[in-house]
Design a protein around this ligand. Structure first.
Ligand code: C2E
Ligand code: MG
Ligand code: MG
Ligand code: MG
Length: 296
């Protein structure tokens, strides 16, 4: 009875795995129409200047308000959308929505310094769609200035393939759009190669920051038992090299004041994480822009 699909009965009758498979099927079959039904929404997480604590931009993060499963975070569906190609359509929606929102903030808060919006781009958007044309059209339609758009691509989207990705990055960069490498340090980590691409920002993967588990020495605590000084040396060297190559560095997953002060001391330019803010709805970003104006 367990040999039906040639797998062990544990696989076949593990209810959790079974549930997982059912949700997977249910999700992938409803992804495409869900874009049209408007079931997706964006949250925005502040990108904070480590020097003065000001918000210079926000990262757009997609959520799926699923009628049956509730709010789903991207790790539940981005992989599926990449597999079946619906990421191209979803990605277009994300780009247009984020740019429209960034322009909206700028119009609603004319006295605030405009903030940029950073949009995640999947590998397939670089290969299977005309990303350059989509970005150009979106900027024209929304009226957002190109320098207020940043695109986040992973190393795997740009490495080892000189042709199409390079042309795409070059065209976007010529347009004035900023390119960031997302989750940096989890892939090939070839900084020398990256520096030859039109890339201007490195987003250090959260796994590096997580190594910064200790309190800062000024607090009198010194490094505690969980400290991992080797990580700090590596991160400091990466930041220095990035700066020498003309790149700025954003750290992901900054959760504690101790991590932030360490990162600041070793020259990290921008921080993102729960310490500053969780991803929030657009009106919360508006409130932030209002209070920033009131302070100046
Ligand atoms: P990412 O681009 O590296 O985005 C950062 C992720 O870290 C977000 O997860 C964010 O909520 C989470 N995060 C932020 N601060 C902290 C922190 O202090 N601690 C911890 N533990 N996590 C933090 P989220 O929103 O679940 O997104 C996961 C991934 O899904 C993103 O990773 C990105 O690769 C992908 N993604 C999100 N939105 C889009 C999209 O519109 N298009 C594409 N292609 N991918 C997207
Ligand atoms: Mg990202
Ligand atoms: Mg990232
Ligand atoms: Mg990440």
């Amino acid at each position: 009875w367990a040999k039906a699909d040639g797998k062990s009965r544990w696989t076949l009758f593990d209810p959790e795995r079974n549930a997982h498979r059912i949700t997977r099927q249910a999700l992938s079959s409803t992804l495409r129409p869900a874009v049209e039904r408007g079931e997706f929404a964006l949250e925005y997480q502040p990108l904070v200047c480590m020097e003065d604590g000001g918000v210079s931009g926000v990262e757009a993060l997609v959520r799926w308000n699923h009628p049956q499963f509730g709010t789903l975070t991207p790790n539940r569906f981005i992989g599926l959308a990449e597999e079946d190609g619906s990421i191209v359509q979803l990605g277009r929606w994300v780009l247009a929505t984020a740019c429209r929102q960034a322009r909206r903030w700028q119009l609603d808060h004319p006295d605030a310094e405009p903030i940029f919006v950073s949009v995640n781009v999947a590998v397939r958007q670089v290969w299977d769609s005309d990303l350059v044309a989509d970005v150009a059209a979106t900027l024209a339609e929304t009226g957002l200035a190109p320098h207020l758009l940043q695109l986040e691509l992973t190393e795997s989207a740009v490495m080892g393939s000189a042709g199409r990705p390079l042309q795409t990055l070059q065209a976007l960069s010529d347009m004035g759009v900023r390119i960031a490498i997302d989750d940096f340090g989890t892939g090939y980590s070839n900084l020398a190669y990256l520096s030859r691409l039109p890339v201007s920002v490195l987003k250090l993967d959260g796994s590096f920051v997580r190594g910064f588990q200790f309190e800062s020495a000024e607090n009198g605590a010194g490094a505690d038992a969980r400290s991992n000084p080797a990580d700090e040396v590596v991160v400091e060297a990466m930041i220095q090299l990035a700066h020498r190559l003309g790149l700025t560095v954003t750290a992901e997953c900054v959760e504690t004041a101790g991590q932030a002060s360490r990162l600041r001391r070793i020259g990290c330019d921008t921080g993102q994480g729960w310490l500053y803010s969780r991803p929030v709805t657009p009106d919360r970003i508006s409130a932030l822009l209002r209070s920033a104006c009131a302070r100046t």
